[in-house]
Design a protein around this ligand. Structure first.
Ligand SMILES: *[C@@H]1O[C@H](CO)[C@@H](O)[C@H](O)[C@H]1NC(C)=O
Ligand SMILES: *[C@@H]1O[C@H](CO)[C@@H](O)[C@H](O)[C@H]1NC(C)=O
Ligand SMILES: *[C@@H]1O[C@H](CO)[C@@H](O)[C@H](O)[C@H]1NC(C)=O
Ligand SMILES: *[C@@H]1O[C@H](CO)[C@@H](O)[C@H](O)[C@H]1NC(C)=O
Length: 355
């Protein structure tokens, strides 16, 4: 399956976040802005704010009594047991690494953000030594995104980041059932520190990404707007058995079918939708299937196009050099396989039809 497979206990833990904790989270302090930021960045979005448009001013010569202001829209009437994403998401980044996006992204063609976990140091190392090389380019931004690690792992992460300076740490706690929060943290980072980059690739640390091919894909679609590309799944249905690894509570998601969504291992988006996505996320019941939530539920609400692209394999494929050279994203790549794929991408001798 394409999304995270978790234990039932973890699911329940995720769904069992108590309202008290949620209230605390909403008022969490924002991380201070780092000194080397090249230009003042806009403030991070407040997921809970719902600013109403100001009422039009009455005409100067209007002598009739002012009409009563329209009543404010009632807050959506929701079952209080529903967990709303804005109430569990902890905004801000303790380690923002704003310098990973110079000039707010104005000179970048692409930003690649790789979700990773505190324990995955080896996977990050393999990515840095292979396709993550793209970080050396001046037209590509690159960083890993983690949630807040446990105390026990914090020091190792700090040391790793000291060495490479490529780890963004969001304020929500890092855990499997918080994957959706990690993606929101990524989007918030783009909105805050990199709002001018035209394209964002969201991917994971067990992926092989063919960056040259991805840049060609992007160049062929320069005029696109409000679009997400990837491996698009249509008419997938939520699992309702609590025994299922993919259980989705009818309370959190009542419809019988998911909106079309792009699978989580790798998807590309035009960044004109980033701000809308994080704003819409705050109001929405929490789903821990991050791809369904972000590229399905939110994207369909916001009428963002989702386009299937066969180059996003997003699964394990044969490691033939031509398959590697023609594709953009290969899933379930282990440490040693990253080097094998990297060599095959750059072998410089295989002739592949149609490349
Ligand atoms: C977000 O906005 C709401 C309403 O505008 C406000 O009450 C709340 O304090 C804000 N929260 C943060 C973290 O800024
Ligand atoms: C009053 O305002 C209306 C519309 O703004 C305008 O058409 C009209 O000429 C104004 N009347 C006077 C007396 O200024
Ligand atoms: C998910 O993140 C929130 C916000 O940091 C935290 O309160 C919660 O404990 C996390 N959930 C898990 C299962 O770690
Ligand atoms: C993008 O739009 C411009 C102006 O409309 C057009 O000249 C150009 O060919 C388009 N490029 C692509 C890649 O579609």
């Amino acid at each position: 399956m394409w999304w995270w497979v978790g234990s039932r206990r973890a699911q329940l833990a995720a769904l069992g976040l108590c309202a008290g904790a949620a209230l605390l989270l909403l008022h969490a302090p924002r991380a201070p802005r780092p000194a080397p930021a090249p230009a003042p960045a806009p403030a991070a979005r407040n997921l809970t704010s719902t600013t109403a448009a100001p009422a039009p001013a009455p005409a100067d010569n209007d002598t009739s009594p002012a009409p009563p202001p329209p009543p404010p829209p009632p807050p959506p009437r929701r079952d209080p047991r529903i967990i709303v994403t804005g109430n569990v998401y902890e905004a801000g980044h303790s380690r923002p690494r704003a310098e990973r996006c110079p000039a707010l992204g104005a000179r970048l063609r692409l930003l690649v953000l790789v979700t990773s976990a505190p324990d995955h140091a080896a996977a990050r190392e393999a990515v840095r030594l292979t396709w993550g090389h793209a970080a050396a380019r001046r037209d590509v931004g690159f960083a890993f995104v983690l949630g807040t690690p446990d105390e026990a792992k914090a020091e190792a992460i700090r040391a790793e980041d000291e060495l490479y300076g490529d780890i963004i740490i969001g304020n929500s706690r890092d855990s499997y059932s918080n994957l959706t929060l990690k993606t929101l943290s990524m989007l918030e980072w783009v909105d805050t520190y990199c709002p001018k980059v035209p394209r964002l690739l969201k991917t994971d640390d067990d992926m092989f990404i063919n960056i040259p091919r991805l840049l060609k894909f992007i160049d062929a679609r320069k005029n696109a707007s409000r679009t997400i590309w990837g491996r698009v799944i249509k008419r997938s249905t939520p699992r309702r058995s609590t025994k299922s690894k993919y259980y989705v509570s009818p309370l959190q998601y009542p419809p019988k079918v998911f909106p079309d969504f792009a699978t989580g291992p790798a998807y590309l988006m035009t960044t004109d939708v980033v701000g809308e996505l994080i704003k819409a996320a705050g109001q929405e019941p929490y789903l821990r299937l991050e791809d369904v939530f972000v590229t399905g539920v939110l994207a369909s609400k916001l009428k963002i196009k989702r386009q299937h692209a066969a180059e996003f394999y997003n699964k394990k494929v044969s490691y033939h050099p031509c398959t590697v050279q023609k594709g953009i994203a290969i899933h379930m790549v282990r440490f040693h396989e990253q080097f094998d794929l990297w060599r095959k991408l750059l072998d410089g001798k295989t002739k592949c039809a149609g490349t």
